[in-house]
Design a protein around this ligand. Structure first.
Ligand code: 13P
Ligand code: SF4
Length: 347
């Protein structure tokens, strides 16, 4: 049987990474998805954590959370298929109420998004009246609706600084909050762990929460030390959802796309990338002359739910449709729009 053209494209990136029979099978699936995408007038957005065969075949755009939110605003297609997790697809729906947004998995959650509810945010606002609330986009729409402005890993410090206030509530990632506090020179407290000072003195400027990414919280300084012992020339990159001591011991910290670009631009030969492990594979596929050290056994189980099979079924069966109640969407939209406009984005 003649191979579809997508086979050659995938082979150029993935040869050596996938056995031939798998490459063939996945190329046929990708070919079917590309035909369905055209037929249904759909766009496919894929997060940097998608597995290599999906990442290098069907998406129209690949990127980090902020870039994909921007692409969701720009599209004129009828259907957005979001190859990422639920909070990302929800953000696309918040920005596109009249389009059909599909998530190719029933759940595809996120430990950070699950760590906080709208009621938790309301309680914090009562405890700290008048203090603006920044939430990471890794939250569900009803939490965003309680928020003044959202942020992603690529603009957290800029968003906090844009508020020009002494005090900010920053939710829900404990580590991103601590890393942002260090970057902006602010002192952070966690009111669920330390109560507000009785004498009313404001000895803090960032008020955090105790959410954590179940992938990034597992990386340790020891991982970095071991890699450096064996390979003294290694460059270490850590996502800002990693603990602050890990970020401090790394050579660079940035969003998923910032790390992809960093490796592309750098002349170093060897890297240790402390983030979801499929992203390491995706970087290797585009930088065959560079070596990625493997300590990575940590796949995000939620991102892992999105496969080529599920993406095909999403288009075939128009599933799983993302809905956000209109009263929540309108309030969440303001927070997401404000975020996109920081740094010159248009909406
Ligand atoms: P980025 O915005 O850096 O892509 O991060 C999203 C995410 O969920 C990281 O775990
Ligand atoms: Fe959520 Fe962590 Fe998975 Fe990103 S890697 S989607 S933050 S659980």
């Amino acid at each position: 049987m003649p191979h579809p053209p997508i086979y050659e494209e995938m082979k150029s990136k993935l040869e050596g990474m996938l056995p031939e029979f798998e490459l063939n099978y996945k190329a046929e699936l990708a070919d079917e998805i590309l035909r369905l995408k055209e037929e249904k007038n759909a766009v496919i957005l894929a997060h940097n954590y998608m597995e290599p065969a999906l990442y290098y075949s069907v998406p129209d755009f690949r990127g980090d959370s902020l870039e994909l939110s921007r692409k969701a605003v720009e599209t004129d297609k009828d259907i957005i298929v979001f190859c990422g997790v639920r909070f990302m697809a929800e953000t696309a729906k918040i920005l596109n109420p009249h389009k059909t947004v599909l998530l190719p998995a029933k759940k595809a959650g996120c430990s950070l998004a699950a760590s906080i509810t709208a009621e938790d945010v309301q309680a914090l606002k009562r405890q700290f009246p008048g203090v603006p609330v920044v939430t990471y986009v890794n939250t569900y729409a009803n939490v965003k609706a309680e928020t003044d402005i959202c942020c992603t890993s690529s603009n957290a410090a800029a968003v906090v600084e844009s508020l020009h206030t002494d005090t900010v509530i920053f939710l829900p990632d404990e580590y991103l909050a601590k890393n942002t506090a260090i970057e902006t020179g602010k002192h952070i407290i966690f009111p669920t762990k330390q109560p507000k000072p009785h004498d009313g003195t404001l000895d803090y400027q960032l008020i955090g929460w105790h959410g954590r990414c179940e992938v990034h919280e597992k990386f340790t300084v020891e991982d970095i030390e071991n890699a450096r012992k064996q390979f003294p020339d290694v460059l270490v990159l850590a996502h800002p959802e990693c603990p602050p001591d890990v970020v401090a011991a790394a050579d660079y910290s940035g969003s998923t796309t910032a790390m992809v670009e960093y490796v592309k631009a750098s002349k170093a030969k060897r890297y240790l990338i402390l983030t979801e492990c499929s992203m390491g594979d995706n970087i290797v596929a585009e930088n065959p002359d560079k070596e990625m050290l493997r300590i990575c056994s940590i796949r995000c189980p939620h991102m892992n739910e999105i496969t080529l099979e599920e993406t095909r079924d999403a288009l075939l069966k128009t599933q799983y449709v993302i809905d956000v109640p209109e009263d929540i969407r309108i309030r969440a939209y303001t927070a997401v729009k404000r975020m996109i406009e920081i740094g010159g984005g248009k909406i």
